[in-house]
Design a protein around this ligand. Structure first.
Ligand SMILES: [Zn+2]
Length: 258
């Protein structure tokens, strides 16, 4: 069973996985019935989650019902407990929209929801994040998760995100990070997908961020909050929701007075 799961999740590209999700979800939800873990996004409980990840998959991380991963459950926890996103009238830009959030956000009457991406079939606006087709100061919230590690000029993308945000707006800006690395590693000469996987953690990543990520965002003009939500909620809930115990949530705010 484990082998079959790994075969499935490693060989099937994520977009295909998303397309097959209703079938996969039904089968695995039954196989994993139980109460040991709970998805904070869809609120369903299971014996455990599915493994997921390129190379060596991470065990017990992918919700079989909504396909949330650790970072999605972390972000949803933040949205629910730290913000007024579910109540306020916000104009929201969701870059590279995640399947597990898409329907939830679409259904929210209080938000004016814009999805954008270079390729994703879920996105209404096809765009390059390094040059966005939006006016200055239009969005109250921007969600941009696990995108910047793919972008050739990430500083330009950060600058663009900041440009389209209203003063005082906030953005969720998660990226994969190397635990224990003080600085971001980038080497433009590494272009082979196999080499990229070795150095940056995935075949299509072009850098691997380190603990300086918050300072990189600050340098581009964001006011940055680095939230340790697993620490705030304690190890027991962190395990129940299967958050990554070391994942810091990066929130970038646009200064009210530039
Ligand atoms: Zn779920």
């Amino acid at each position: 069973m484990k082998k079959i799961v790994k075969f499935f999740l490693n060989l099937i590209p994520r977009p295909v996985l998303i397309a097959l999700s209703p079938v996969i979800s039904g089968v695995f939800s039954l196989l994993l019935a139980g109460n040991k873990v709970q998805c904070y996004v869809c609120e369903k409980s299971f014996r455990k989650f599915l493994p997921y990840g390129y190379g060596t998959p991470r065990e017990n991380v992918l919700c079989p019902n909504c396909l949330s991963l650790e970072r999605h459950r972390l972000i949803w926890y933040y949205i629910n407990n730290y913000t007024d996103f579910l109540q306020s009238n916000y104009k929201v830009l969701h870059i590279a929209p995640e399947q597990c959030f898409y329907k939830k956000f679409k259904a929210l009457k209080n938000i004016d929801y814009v999805t954008a991406d270079l390729e994703s079939p879920l996105a209404e606006v096809k765009m390059d994040i390094q040059s966005m087709p939006f006016d200055d100061n239009v969005f109250d919230v921007v969600l941009c998760n696990h995108v910047l590690e793919h972008i050739p000029d990430d500083k330009k993308a950060m600058h663009e995100i900041l440009r389209v945000m209203k003063p005082g707006a906030w953005a969720v800006l998660q990226v994969p990070m190397k635990s224990g690395a003080a600085t971001t590693f980038e080497d433009a000469s590494i272009t082979d997908p196999k080499e990229r996987a070795i150095h940056f953690g995935q075949y299509d990543h072009i850098r691997l961020y380190g603990a300086d990520y918050g300072d990189v965002l600050r340098k581009e003009g964001f006011i940055v909050e680095e939230l340790d939500i697993p620490k705030a909620i304690g190890p027991e809930l962190t395990e129940t929701y299967r958050l990554a115990p070391n994942e810091i949530l990066y929130i970038g705010k646009k200064p009210v007075h530039a």
